[in-house]
Design a protein around this ligand. Sequence first.
Ligand code: GAF
Length: 384
Amino acid sequence: MDIEIVRSRFAKHFNGETGYVYASPGRINLIGEHTDYNGGFVFPGAVQQGMMAEVKPNGTRTIRAYSIDLKDYDEFSIDGEGPHASHFRYVYGVAKEMEKLGVPVQGFDCAFAGDVPLGAGMSSSAALESCFAFAINDLFGDNKIGKMDLAKVGQSTEHNYIGVNCGIMDQFASVHGKKGCLMRLDCQSGEFQYFPWDPKGYRLVLINSCVKHELVGSPYNDRRKSCENVVAAINAKYGTNAQTLRDCTWEQIDGVKPECNPVDIQRANFVMGEKDRVLAVCDALEKGDYETVGQKMFETHQGLSKDYEVSCEELDFLNDVAFDCGVTGSRIMGGGFGGCTINLVREELYDLFTKTAVERFEAKYGKKPIVIPVVIGDGSRRIA
Ligand code: GAF
């Protein structure tokens, strides 16, 4: 991402003025999918690609926004209904959610751009939300809002203004990211640890199927509903007060089979297994046992594809290619329904694998997938 481009577009659209510049990254996730809204564990890290925004208070109640990538401009009042276009709705939603936290948000001029590939499942929307939450906190809130609350602002923006009932993983990772570190987050307690990520002899690489991953209007919310249905059935049957599947046991899930839709049970069983896999991966990492990490990644892919049913033909194909090449671990990354696979690859296999994946995918689907090497970067920050 080029700060000079952001600076020059901002100046062009706002009478040669200068504001502050903020950046927030997208993310990868080593393991732990669809566990965040189930109170489980996730294991993400921020990437170097992200969103950048120049922002300057304008002394009114109007936000004037320019999307550099889409060459689109709009202005909307903080007190009105907000814009329709989703790229501006994220900005409006974040401003409204920050106001709810007591931040005296005022109007501002902004220009933003990003280099997170859109629809790749690398959380470009969380990067945008986190960038503006961070900026508004800095410009209007004396930085009094803590990082976890900034992440929650992004999450409630998705819920209240976009219609995606996402968990906290993406915004958490964007705000808290740290160069060279993955983070294990317990989504129930909010506790997290940084895990230095320096897998000697291995590399992480994403292969973007370029099947557009889009959670808005996707069955993502249905998956969440399935899990909630099972929790409700357990509470009704056992008189418990479970909030999420994290508070439930395998036996209880088995016990409500007669009351539940079999598909909901299938989804819940995946989530229980995925929670355990994250913990197994953490143990393996502490021992430097990357082969076990990789094996768990393949297990996650199977579960996401067959039980949670969030894969697609192209992602399953890429997973098969990785397996055939002898890659250590490979799986769908993020919400699914398109986007990338994440692959843990031994150094000596890296060139052969990426070349083979591109060639075989192109031969089958007539278009090249995109190889994205993973570099773990920093979280939200002011850069100028
Ligand atoms: C998407 C959501 F936004 C996250 O909250 C998470 O549920 C993820 O899908 C699946 O792990 O990225």
